[in-house]
Design a protein around this ligand. Structure first.
Ligand code: ARG
Length: 655
């Protein structure tokens, strides 16, 4: 049962009888929320303030008429009006007790199935293969998997699809690298490191030439412009008016600062170039491969056109790359219903462009096919001058395919926020092409930062590889496992270390507000105190320990029908928290934010801690209270473990 939804629906009914109110009840009703502080009751409605504004009446008066019309007497005590017009609701104790008992008996822990299940495609992880996978891909993988699981648990039909980049320019780079620099023996023996080496080498050479031919000249031009500006600002004569002069001085100061920054950037670019020039191996290579940027594009084009050599190479490169990615998924415990990469859509791209042209949506501009969209400075290009299709073309073909195949109500794209513009243009174009019934939703996330505040990198300067990152987390978690007296065998300690280490990385990704950047820190994510996986896993293990002491099983404690008694504050607070699992999952599904669930689980664990400190379980005053408390413990651990499972985090029996 979703208590919050029930109370909100009562408010919606009451709203209808508020004098003068018209319009959408939803935004008003959403102002009914769980209270942030128990002294304001269990739920608090903040509706009277905006209504007061809308209707030009004092909020307290509106609150009074809302309360007058509100019928929640079956669930709540008489509502109270507080302060400027807050309505505070306290759920009846006997209702909490009844609902907790019911949740304990239900397999779904009291979480109702959604009334109208939707079909939801979740596009997540989607790394570019043949490029080393990095820490940013974990975010997409972990957030996407959690959203898919929560939606599924609520009763939606979910299809997960890993839209891997298996057709892009990186293959042109590797093919070029193969044709010029391959070490066949290494490729045979350890294909992925060799492919990575080729990719990195070609990438460096391309960047070198780009910096030299366009980057540096562009920088020089900007510096010249900025130098001129500084000179101009510097020669403005003083007016004698203090305010005006101060403003001018400020302008000059800012201009000088950005000139200094530009010069610093120029120096670092020059250093990068010099590093290659002075390198005994790379220097000569760079001179031999001056046309590498163009040549790589040609290799990609040849692959797409079906050139037999390049197709063969692609066939050879792809499998070891996929194996490597799959190994990472295995470690993370992630699976997909579909893995339809970009290459899958290749044959459909020409038709996408033809359709856009036929609908009058795409027009030619300087040889390229473009979709011009209102509100955007630049068009979305769907075919380049040289005939090549783009990321956007593939994404349009993908939408068409998904609609045809699965008729989804929603498609979620769990992708880095830096691709926001791409998705805005993609969705606008898709809607104009007739896909206007489906909800297309970019679920963006921020960057993972190092302790220095810059995108997380290893010491060698390359973005951190995923494998090493997971290894280190598990290694560090081993120290926690080794410190536990309850784990006796080496095997057991290693298994627990795995779960804590991988769990820590996932939980840290999920617990942060997904739209913000966050700082990656092993110390923080593996802390035993605070909102971390290790703390949650420890909490579960601790609750499980009680059943052994009590000589009953968790399952028995759940299934034995008993009366739930919530006489103390701590018991009542725990009971209420247990009921709020349902509304929490709904909230995650509403705005696609798994951090609502981590926050909830942490809160539930704290409620449990209070309860455990104040209410003896095994040594309870009576058998009835003992049974009730054991049922509370059992429902707590089931809820915590289910919540963690939905987040993709394994729990441990002992630690
Ligand atoms: N391969 C892309 C990248 O790594 C992400 C793809 C996201 N999904 C999509 N349908 N565009 O940047």
């Amino acid at each position: 049962m979703n208590l919050l939804a029930e109370i909100r629906s009562r408010f919606a009914t009451a709203l209808a009888s508020v004098d003068g109110f018209t319009g959408d009840t939803r935004p008003i009703v959403e102002l009914v929320r769980p209270s942030s502080d128990a002294k304001f009751g269990d739920y608090q409605a903040n509706c009277a303030m905006p209504l007061g504004k809308q209707l030009g009446k004092p909020p307290r008066e509106i609150a009074a008429s809302l309360v007058e019309a509100l019928d929640v007497s079956d669930w709540c005590e008489t509502p109270e009006i507080a302060g400027p017009g807050f309505i505070n609701l306290r759920v009846k104790d006997e209702q909490i007790a009844r609902l907790v008992a019911r949740a304990a008996q239900s397999e779904r822990l009291g979480v109702p199935q959604v009334a109208t299940p939707q079909t939801v495609v979740v596009d997540y992880s989607s790394p570019n293969v043949a490029k080393p996978m990095h820490v940013g891909h974990i975010r997409s993988t972990v957030i996407g998997a959690a959203l898919a699981e929560v939606l599924r648990f609520l009763g939606h039909r979910v299809i997960t699809d890993n839209h891997i980049g298996d057709w892009g320019t990186q293959f042109g780079m590797i093919i070029y690298g193969y044709k010029h620099f391959v070490d066949e023996v290494a490729l045979e023996k350890t294909p992925v490191p060799e492919l990575t080496r080729l990719y990195r080498l070609v990438n460096r050479l391309i960047e070198y030439h780009a910096a030299k031919t366009t980057g540096l000249p562009a920088m020089e031009e900007r510096i010249a412009g900025q130098t001129k500006l500084v000179a101009e600002l510097g020669s403005v004569p003083a007016t004698g008016d203090k305010k005006v002069d101060k403003k001018e001085a400020k302008k000059l100061h800012a201009a000088e600062n950005s000139l200094r920054e530009l010069k610093a950037d120029q120096t670092s670019l020059q250093n990068q170039i010099a590093a290659i020039d002075n390198d005994p191996t790379l220097g000569p290579l760079a001179q031999q491969h001056t046309g590498i940027g163009k040549a790589v594009l040609q290799e990609t084009a040849k692959l797409h056109e079906g050139d037999p050599t390049n197709r063969d190479l692609w066939q050879r490169i792809l499998p070891p790359c996929l194996e490597e990615i799959d190994a990472t998924y295995d470690r993370l415990g992630v699976t997909f219903d579909q893995t339809l990469g970009e290459s899958f859509y290749h044959d459909r791209l020409a038709k996408v462009v033809d359709d856009l042209v036929a609908r009058g949506l795409a027009t030619e501009s300087e040889g390229a096919m473009c979709v011009f969209l209102e509100g955007f400075d630049a068009p979305m290009i769907v075919r380049k001058k040289d005939g090549a299709f783009l990321y956007s073309t593939t994404d349009l073909a993908t939408i068409a395919y998904r609609m045809e195949e699965w008729q989804p109500d929603v498609i979620l794209y769990v992708v880095d926020y830096r691709q926001s513009l791409h998705f805005e243009q993609l969705f606008a174009t898709a809607r104009m092409s007739g896909f206007d019934q489906v909800e297309l939703q970019h679920v963006p996330f921020g960057t993972v930062l190092g302790e220095d505040g810059k995108p997380y990198k290893t010491r060698s300067g390359s973005a951190v590889g995923l494998g090493g990152l997971l290894d280190e987390a598990v290694d560090r978690a081993r120290a926690i496992a080794d410190g536990s007296k309850l784990l006796t065998t080496d095997q057991e300690r290693q298994q627990v270390a795995q779960r804590i280490g991988i769990g820590a990385i996932k939980y840290a990704d999920l617990a942060h507000n997904r739209t913000s950047d966050y700082v990656f820190s092993y110390d923080k994510m593996l802390a035993m105190n605070g909102n971390t996986a290790a703390y949650m896993q420890y909490s579960c293990a601790r609750v499980r320990g009680i059943f052994a002491k009590a000589g009953v099983t968790l399952e028995e404690s759940l299934s034995q029908a008993c009366e739930i008694k919530l006489d103390s504050t701590a018991e009542r607070a725990l009971g209420l928290a247990l009921l709020q699992f349902a509304e929490t999952l709904e909230r995650v599904a509403e705005d696609y934010r798994p951090n609502h669930l981590t926050t909830y689980l942490f809160e539930l664990a704290s409620r449990y801690s209070d309860f455990f400190q104040n209410c003896p379980v095994v040594k309870a005053e009576s058998t009835e209270i003992r049974a009730s408390r054991l049922a509370l413990c059992a429902l707590t651990v089931s809820t915590l473990e289910t919540g963690l499972r939905l987040l993709g985090i394994e729990s441990v029996e002992r630690m």
